[in-house]
Design a protein around this ligand. Structure first.
Ligand code: MF3
Ligand code: CO
Ligand code: CO
Length: 254
């Protein structure tokens, strides 16, 4: 790998591990009765303590340090005094900016005991993301990623959100290419060694359609069905990929 890739990988590895560490911290305190503002505070402090910045904070006017998206919220939920309760599912999405590079990751947490359907949705969303990640290597097509995710979740009766996608990431938070979580095998751009991007499928229990609330951020399912999401930032190598946002606790890993 040439030197430019090397620097990009090294810096993204550091930013990614801070973002993953913030989620590990959230994982230790998340339980029924906690507010989403408390989760935001934990993310803010963890990132700050690691001499990094939270990329979402003030990004296009976003007011908080992470996104907290519960139940029928698809993404970009704004932390508030909302209290999480037993049976909820909530995605926490963190992006750290360190030494001018970004690392972006999210996990959907189950609050206490969740319904069988919520459990299946969350597990399938994680498995779909990992299935796509396991496919990544120099030379595959972007459509192979989308097709793998779509086939896996539709076989279980779920649907893939089309209004939001993964993205290239690096010194910019969001850059080309768009990484669609649906599509056809063998279509689209070929991915190449050194590319860094996110895979972050949003999967709905019901219909794929979303709408954005009046706050200008919160995206919800139109049919109010549950939605789950996981996100990793990865770097493409000749025979595979490196996951930059792996949990340090080795949870959520196959
Ligand atoms: N972290 C989100 C992503 O995965 C983007 C959040 S932008 C915000 O791309 F402004 F809502 F925070
Ligand atoms: Co992202
Ligand atoms: Co994110």
């Amino acid at each position: 790998m040439n030197n430019n890739f090397k620097e990009a990988f090294e810096k993204t590895r550091i930013a990614g591990s801070i973002a993953a560490g913030a989620l590990d911290e959230v994982e230790t305190i998340i339980q029924p009765g906690i507010s989403t503002d408390k989760i935001d505070k934990i993310c803010y402090e963890y990132i700050n303590d690691h001499d990094a910045y939270s990329a979402p904070l003030f990004y296009r006017g976003f007011p908080k340090s992470c996104c907290t998206s519960a139940n029928h919220v698809v993404c970009h939920g704004i932390p508030s005094d909302k209290i999480l309760k037993e049976g909820d599912i909530v995605n926490v999405d963190v992006t750290a900016f360190k030494n001018e590079w970004h690392g972006d990751t999210s996990r959907t947490f189950k609050i206490g005991e969740v319904s069988v359907k919520a459990d299946k949705l969350v597990n399938a969303t994680y498995a779909a993301m990992m299935k796509a990640i396991n496919l990544i290597k120099d030379g595959i097509h972007l459509g192979d990623i989308g097709s793998t995710i779509q086939t896996y979740v539709e076989a279980r009766g779920f649907s893939v959100v089309q209004d939001f996608c993964g993205h290239g990431i690096g010194q910019s938070f969001h850059k080309e290419p768009n990484i669609l979580h649906y599509g056809k095998k063998g279509t689209g751009e070929k991915i190449k060694t050194g590319m860094i991007f996110t895979i972050e499928p949003m999967i709905n229990f019901g219909n794929y359609e979303t709408k954005t609330l009046n706050d200008g951020w919160t995206a919800v399912t139109k049919d109010k069905s549950l939605s789950a999401q996981f996100e990793h930032t990865i770097g493409v190598t000749k025979d595979g990929c490196e996951i930059f946002t792996q949990s340090k606790k080795n949870i959520q890993i196959k």
